[in-house]
Design a binder for this molecule. Structure first.
Ligand SMILES: [Fe+2]
Length: 301
């Protein structure tokens, strides 16, 4: 598996279609995106990573710095910081970017319910206030603009109960629903996840026009492929996706998904990441010694 922070540009295909850059974050196999309006040069950042070492609990900003530098090199003005869901495998850069760039951040409105779930799991009844930490909480069907482009929000639960997809012209940022066609789909076994709901969400995504470019949230390569990939069209997924290609029976998919999930370990950053991500990417308030501390449940997972 290559460990390079690879970047690829997928150009606008015409009116209403965004310029997309994908920036691969090799430590977590995450793909971060820039979605830009080719005429106004305004851009949104999607699912950007704040690097977090799971052994030392030390953070650094090299990945978000790379994304911001790439936007600047291309003459873009960043106007929005978007996330598709509170990630379990990486810490989100949202709060840092919001402060650094002075632009609003956003996520799906069901983050309120995800916060409720994790308040119980961490036994922190007053932690997490999405209204405070996000400027916009998008509902299913909401729309907003990036320059002259319109973005539509689709609720896509399954991986989490409140994941959303951003559909912008012929591009859709589908995060942890689909993986590449040769890898299948994303896991659905985290608290609030559901293979049944993920199936429904994937069917809605695969109902977009065949030429829609789908941008996924993670790629770890496969036994036959080292280089990370993150873009495939609806038509390619319908023809080849190993879990959900056309003709797949829903019950067979759910069995495949659940059997696979039963073999997967928890992401090594999960219990740290969620309590930061449910604060929009902020650490808990610093204590008297100037440091922030995280809280870890023992024997709960
Ligand atoms: Fe995720």
């Amino acid at each position: 598996m290559t460990k390079d922070a690879i970047t690829r540009h997928s150009p606008s295909t015409g009116a209403g279609s965004p310029d997309v850059w994908g920036i691969y974050e090799p430590d977590t196999g995450s793909i971060q995106y820039i979605c830009a309006c080719p005429t106004t040069k305004k851009a949104a950042l999607i699912d950007v990573v704040w690097n977090f070492d799971p052994k030392s609990f030390a953070t650094d900003t090299r990945s978000m710095d790379q994304v911001v530098a790439l936007a600047k090199e291309n003459g873009l003005e960043i106007t929005l910081i978007l996330d598709t869901h509170p990630h379990a495998d990486h810490v989100m850069a949202s709060a840092q970017l919001k402060q650094q760039l002075g632009v609003p951040n956003a996520i799906g409105a069901k983050v309120r319910e995800i916060a409720e779930l994790w308040r119980d799991l961490y036994n922190t009844p007053t932690a997490f206030d999405p209204e405070r930490d996000f400027d916009h909480l998008f509902e299913d069907g909401d729309s907003f603009a990036i320059g002259d482009l319109e973005v539509r929000v689709m609720l896509s639960p399954g991986h989490t109960l409140g994941s959303i997809t951003y559909v912008c012209g012929d591009a859709a940022f589908v995060h942890d629903t689909l993986m590449m066609p040769d890898a299948g789909t994303s896991r659905a076994d985290f608290p609030g996840g559901s293979a049944d709901e993920l199936w429904q969400s994937i069917q809605a995504i695969l109902s977009l026009p065949d030429e829609t470019r789908l941008y996924i949230g993670h790629d770890y390569g496969t036994d036959d492929r080292d280089a990370p990939m993150w873009e495939a069209t609806v038509a390619e997924h319908k023809a080849k996706n190993k879990h959900v290609k056309s003709g797949t029976d829903k019950a067979d998919y759910i069995k495949t998904r659940q059997d696979r999930d039963a073999t997967l370990a928890l992401p090594d950053r999960m219990l740290a990441a969620l309590q930061i991500n449910l604060r929009g990417g902020r650490l808990p308030e610093a204590e008297g010694d100037g440091h922030s501390y995280l809280k870890m449940p023992v024997n709960k997972f």
